[in-house]
Write a protein that binds this ligand. Sequence first.
Ligand SMILES: [Zn+2]
Length: 442
Amino acid sequence: MIKKHLTKTLFATTFCATVLMSSFAAQAAVIKSMRFWQSPESTRVVFDLTSPVEHELSVLKNPDRIVVDIPDSRVSVDLNQLEIKSDLVKRVRQSKPPREGVLRLVLDLNKSAVPKSFSLKPYQEYSDRLVIDLLNEKREAIKPPESAVGSNRDIVVAVDAGHGGEDPGALGPSGTREKDIVLKLSKELVDAINAVDGLKAVMVRTGDYYIPHRKRTDIARKNRADLFVSVHADGFKSPKARGASVWVLNLYGAKSEVARWMKLQEEKSELLGGVDSTVVLSEYDNSVRSVLLDLQMESSIAESFKVGRKVHSAMKRVAPKMHKNYVEENSLLVLKNPDIPSILVESGFISNPTEERLLKTSSYRKKLANSVKDGIVEYFKSHAPDGTKFANLYRKNIYHVKRGDSLIKVAKRFNTSVSEIKKANKMNSNTVRIGQKLVIPN
Ligand SMILES: [Zn+2]
């Protein structure tokens, strides 16, 4: 990790590169405000600036603190009045500058943390920003839900509320932010899913903080998710654009992700398919690996389409309009899961006043969340993974023969064949009687 060399001036090793913007001006930059975002693993501190700055970070121990030196700057916010939403950061104070013209801020911490910093350019209502991520030193490993193991396990659905923290997503005409709407909708989806016997939902983002895309899929993988659902709301420059939509990854995006995975495998051999896969990639040579990954990606895309279609048609019953009549494809980064079927739900356009109003209404969101859940249930009823409660509940269909039925009709209805039904029911003849119970094979 980071080595600290304390000198007489209390200046530790600077390990973070300074950032210089081209528009750097001679006049002092002002820190107008500070914001804090807490996630389970880190705290993000954001300095809102009047212009871009250079900076240096130092990590100090006993007590734990981070020193931030910013040349040619001053602070206009009252540091004693900060609303610090963080378990990690105790307070922020100004300290004696190391040399003239340098602003030195000290972040006093409750425990040690590893800092990472970078600059952000103005975006939407935000001006130039300096971001300091403080990662908890001891991070707890994610444990999959208890019900996700065993032979009668729950199917795990990872629900990922898009954006968060510094990334507000799309903006509605009345000021609604996508990150807030989709967090609410995601919670409602989680509740709807958890109300179904045999399903278990986990939230990828639980509060108002940002998670990088690959980290999101990582969280899903560590929770042993069977399905990844990313929840978003669209924004467009024209307020006329409207309609909900369902997206899956296209094959082109998938291929490039396979290539990336391959490269990763060169460096460290990981398990194919996450934590509990039985296939260890390093056992195979490169060409076999690539074929395996290709196959897995293709099957995960095929499954994504199937579940996407179910969710699309379920949402269609609730949403006033679907953007397209079919599941759309894109090479969206958040969907690049080689091993987990993944869909992205755009709940509507919050840039459209009508849809914004709807999405702000909890009764509409609940209806929409329920429809997404219905689509997921529909899919898993016929595609339950082995060893799941769903497989035990729904795989063996019992059909009661009705008037006018014949074996051929029943076989057709359940997408199977007469001989399969006869085999499953140990039948010798083709005749059925009304009220007879037939086991329908999967
Ligand atoms: Zn979005």
